[in-house]
Design a protein around this ligand. Structure first.
Ligand code: CP3
Length: 343
């Protein structure tokens, strides 16, 4: 049989099988740091790119020239807010904005039911197109936002530093909070499974901002919902990557919510993270994204440090601890890929 995605370094590492070199890809690997992305963005808004399967598939393929071992479908975690009825827009330079954020329990009951196949069908079509265009040994990763991170945007109405509205809603309206997270968990679980059915070979759940919580609050208010989302996604049969940042103080609990692969950031050495998570799971991470802006010898040493922490264990997927920053030089990204592959 000719080699297929199952023989790829990336999927082998998801299954904790040995590979000739660690697989490497980057969160936010398609984006503003690439000239060809900026050129497309001059003609199309971010939402237009996401809504147009041909364009989303094209952007998905752009970073492959850097030698990465996986592609991630070009979309955004906030897209489900459109069919939920929250009114999503991206203001230039200001990030996401919601026209009607969730502020009361009644707002939760007013959310429209979402059918991923119908309301997010354009993402599924982009996945089909991208898979058709990809080399058979480069798997495509599908993704969605985790219930907590999505709820934080839904409640804050945009980006936040302190998450005070989110936490107040959680503490003041626990019943509505659990209804909201339960709704989001079911939605993203089904959405992820639909992405696998469309051809995604792995699925990543982004809990980007969950590190703003205490361990106790994570367990009480979030963990059961993340677990449910992952269980529903897992039914599709493809590996799930459970990613969070700032999770060092509750990494065991975070890992307990599930995922074949646990994504960790740079705040904890990868070796210690692996001790906490245990040998039965693969690990993704965990270079500081700012390393890509550091002087070359510093960056090279930081990459060596991550690899030394992984110590050649099967099941290490090299990645950043969070997304690529827009000011990142493309050549630094390419150099990290080569270094990880042993060049
Ligand atoms: O290759 C890829 O990974 C690109 C696909 C992708 C995007 N968003 C496109 C995008 C992915 C995986 C995301 C995930 C996403 N979106 C997350 C989780 C990952 C993380 O970084 O924590 C979050 C929190 C969002 C929400 C979001 N989308 C914000 C806060 C912003 C504005 C901030 C910014 O970087 O400008 C976006 C916009 C966005 N989504 C961009 C891209 C490439 C940049 C906007 C642009 O092109 O104008």
């Amino acid at each position: 049989m000719p080699p297929g995605p199952n023989d790829s370094r990336f999927l082998k590492a998801c299954r904790r099988e040995p590979t000739d070199a660690p697989p490497v890809w980057f969160m936010r690997q398609a984006g503003r740091y690439m000239a060809e992305y900026r050129a497309l963005r001059e003609q199309h808004s971010l939402l237009d790119l996401c809504h147009t399967p041909e364009l989303a598939a094209e952007v998905t393929l752009q970073p492959l020239r850097l030698g990465v071992d996986a592609a991630i479908i070009f979309a955004d975690i906030l897209l489900p807010f459109e069919p939920l009825g929250l009114g999503l827009s991206f203001a230039a330079g200001e990030g996401p904005q919601l026209a009607t954020p969730i502020r009361t329990p009644a707002d939760v009951t007013r959310l429209s039911p979402v059918d991923p196949a119908e309301h997010l069908g354009y993402v599924l079509e982009a996945i089909r197109l991208a898979v058709r265009a990809l080399s058979p040994v480069i798997p495509l990763i599908g993704f969605a936002g985790a219930p907590f991170t999505l709820a934080s945007y839904a409640i804050e109405g945009g980006s936040s530093r302190t998450f005070d509205l989110t936490k107040r809603f959680m503490y003041e309206e626990p019943h509505a909070w659990h209804a909201l997270l339960g709704n989001l968990a079911e939605l993203v679980g089904k959405y992820l499974a639909a992405q696998a059915a469309a051809g995604a070979r792995a699925l990543q759940l982004f809990d980007s901002w969950v590190g703003c919580l205490s361990p106790a609050d994570y367990c009480n208010y979030v963990l059961p919902h993340s677990r449910h989302a992952i269980e529903v996604a897992k039914a599709s049969g493809v590996p799930v990557i459970h990613f969070g940042t700032g999770t060092a103080t509750f990494l065991a609990e975070f890992a307990a919510a599930g995922g074949d692969v646990v994504g960790v950031d740079w705040r904890m050495p990868l070796g210690r993270a692996w001790e906490i998570i245990g040998p039965a799971r693969a690990i993704q991470g965990n270079l500081d994204p700012v390393a890509l802006l550091a002087p070359t010898p510093v960056r090279e040493q930081m990459v060596r440090d991550v690899l030394a922490q992984a110590a050649g264990r099967p099941g290490h997927i090299f990645n950043l601890g969070h997304g690529i920053l827009p000011e990142t030089p493309v050549e630094a990204v390419r150099a990290v890929v080569e270094q990880v592959h042993g060049g």
